[in-house]
Design a protein around this ligand. Structure first.
Ligand code: HEC
Length: 160
């Protein structure tokens, strides 16, 4: 996850951030053919990492034994052990969410190949939420209440 999914996500955002419009869309006007190609390639790369995650046999091990995960040592941080416990409770859910990420990236690669800035921009903006949907279920479910209250306070529908 950390070694494959995260850096490939950054590759997608790198193109998106470089060509962001004022309202956080993707600026088709400044995208060169090479940029579109780079975006399609980054999306396909991330799609493959997600498919690999979705294809892991039981038991799915997301953290290498003996390694610590981000924020594990913080008071509020969740441990690798608790993540593994969450995964063992519902491994099919991990596959479903990984497949959802793969589909999202297939759609992004298709939009990039068509040079469709409106669709690609929307998909890049929604990517964060796809990552978070899995993290909040498997990584830090203890933070769900806090996240929902932040969303509520900033006028965002907590169910999204
Ligand atoms: C199918 C589930 C799933 C999806 C989708 C997912 N992640 Fe994760 N991610 C996890 C789990 C489980 C952990 C906690 C275990 C760990 O830290 O490796 C995690 C941890 C992380 C970490 C912390 C790694 C560390 O040092 O402990 C980062 C960074 C991260 N994810 C980035 C991303 C990004 C970016 C995306 C979207 C492009 C994404 N993830 C999508 C399951 C997922």
């Amino acid at each position: 996850m950390k070694d494959e999914v995260d850096p490939r996500g950054d590759d997608v955002w790198a193109v998106g951030n470089k060509h962001m419009t004022e309202d956080a869309g993707l600026n088709g006007g400044s995208m060169t053919d090479a940029d579109w190609k780079q975006l399609a390639g980054a999306a396909t790369n991330l799609q493959q990492a997600a498919l690999e995650l979705a294809g892991l046999p039981d038991p799915i091990v997301v953290v290498k034994p003996g390694t610590k995960i981000a924020f594990e040592d913080a008071d509020w941080g969740d441990s690798a052990k608790s993540v593994q416990h969450n995964v063992d409770q519902d491994p099919q859910g991990v596959r479903d969410l990984a497949n959802a990420l793969a589909q999202h990236m297939a759609d992004l690669a298709a939009a990039a190949n068509k040079h469709d800035a409106a669709t690609a921009g929307q998909l890049i903006n929604d990517l964060d939420g796809i990552c978070e949907s899995c993290h909040v279920k498997y990584w830090y479910p203890s933070q769900r209440g806090l996240i929902n209250s932040i969303k509520k306070n900033s006028g965002v529908d907590p169910s999204t």
